[in-house]
Structures are given as C-alpha cells and as structure tokens.
Ligand binder design. Structure first.
Ligand code: GLP
Length: 240
C-alpha cells in the first residue's frame, strides 16, 4: 500500500489512502476509522507517523476526534454560495435540512459607534441586538449577532426571531430586501462561541459581517455571523 522509496512522505501517503477509502465509502460519514494502533500494524509504520496523518486529516476537517471514543469520518462541509442575498432558513431548506434557531438574547440598546456608522444612524437611536444560534438538523452551524433599527421594525417580537427574520421583513412587514455588502475574515473561536457551537478549542471560524439594505436604500441590518470552519466552505461564481 505504501511506497517507501517515494518522494511523497509516508504520512502523506497514509492520508491519501484514508481519503481514498473515505471517498469510496469504505468508511462512511460518522463511522469510526481504525485506531492508531490498528493503522500502525496495518501500515507497518511508527505510531508517530500515523498520528501525524490523522492530525492533518482532523485539521482539514475530514475526520474528527471524540475523547475516549476514537476518530470518526466528518460530514462533508456545506457549500455556501456567496452570490445571493439569501437567508439562513432559505439556505437550509434548499439543501433539504431543517433550519433551527435558538434565541440567546433580544434587547434594545444604543449601538456602539461602529455599528451605528454601518447602519447609517446616530448612536442615540435605538437598535435591537439579537443573538441567535442557527442549526441545521440540530447541529449548530453559526451564531448571528444582528443589529436592526427599532424605528424600522417597531413590531418585531421574540417569536418572529425564532423563525426567519427575512420572512418577517418580507411577508409581515411587506418590505423589499435589496442588496448587501459582506466582509469575510478568518478567526479563532472565542470561548463563549465555542460553547454555543459545540466545538472544541482551539477551533477555526469564519466571520462574516453583512450590511443589508432595503430596495429603497434604507439599511435594515448589520449582522456579525460566526460560522464553523469545520462545517462550511464558501463558493462564488466569478467571470471575466
Ligand atoms: C443569513 C445572514 C444574516 C441574515 C440571516 C436571515 O444567515 N448571514 O445576515 O440576517 O441569514 O436569516 P433568517 O431569515 O433565517 O432569519
């Protein structure tokens, strides 16, 4: 199985072999792969080498470890398009997954200057601060911290926020959502967020800030979302 004369390091060959086996369905999603010791015997290499391969596959998001239980095959990451101004609820339904929401907090505050500037309002005006954990089939995928001008949505309730915010805006408020600007960056998860997302620290996350406007140009939300980097990859169509 391994070519010890090859210029490709042994640990990389083991990684490639396991990737191949996963792709072929020998080890299905969520199944336990052989233990370090079994792999060591199977390949006739040191345990260190096997460990290096597994660690790399865990870092790449192909495998995950559970303390005391072993190493498992991870689900394929979700491909999130970056082109459309879609809602979380729409994205999940599109994939045949059940969207879920846990409302962590809902309050009226005076925004900090940076948020006020993004919303194009004065810090004296009130905004709702909404913190929600978003789930796909009961798996936490992202945390969203949204800031919405109270003036635009005087009737917004906790109940509406348990479902789709965009559905509330479009169906209930009969407003037309226009366009948004997104900024994306990589980060390490904060302790609080790792708890919400049920991931072990240190963990990579992707931060996306979305500033969205209605068709008439009024900015209706600034949302800072924290996405699990082990569950998401982002895709955009680009032309020339
Ligand atoms: C996405 C965006 C958020 C937006 C949300 C609305 O997750 N990142 O900026 O507020 O969708 O989703 P929903 O309508 O499901 O509440």
């Amino acid at each position: 199985m391994l070519d010890k004369q090859s210029a490709i390091p042994i640990y990389v060959q083991i990684e490639d072999f396991l990737k191949e086996q996963i792709a072929q369905g020998v080890y299905p999603v969520k199944s336990l792969i052989p233990s370090e010791r079994e792999l060591t015997d199977m390949f006739g290499v040191s345990r260190m080498t096997v460990r290096q391969s597994l660690t790399n596959l865990v870092k790449d998001g192909l495998l995950y470890r559970e303390k005391g239980r072993g190493t498992f095959v991870a689900e394929e990451k979700m491909e999130q398009p970056l082109n459309g101004l879609t809602s979380f609820t729409e994205d999940m339904k599109e994939r045949g997954l059940v969207p879920g929401t846990k409302l962590i907090s809902f309050s009226k505050i005076h925004p900090e200057p940076q948020i006020a500037a993004r919303l194009g309002i004065s810090p004296d005006e009130l905004v709702y601060k909404v913190v929600r954990i978003r789930y796909a089939d009961d798996t936490p995928m992202a945390i969203e911290r949204s800031y919405l001008p109270v003036e635009l949505f005087p009737t917004l309730t906790e109940e509406a926020l348990q479902g789709s915010l965009y559905a509330f805006i479009e169906k209930q408020e009969k407003l037309v959502i226009g366009q948004a600007t997104q900024r994306m960056e990589a980060a390490l998860a904060k302790t609080e967020d790792a708890g919400y997302l049920q991931i072990a620290l240190p963990a990579a996350v992707v931060l996306i800030e979305r500033v969205s406007a209605l068709m008439d140009g009024r900015i209706f939300e600034v949302v800072r979302s924290t996405y699990r980097a082990d569950r998401y990859k982002f895709i955009s169509e680009i032309g020339r």
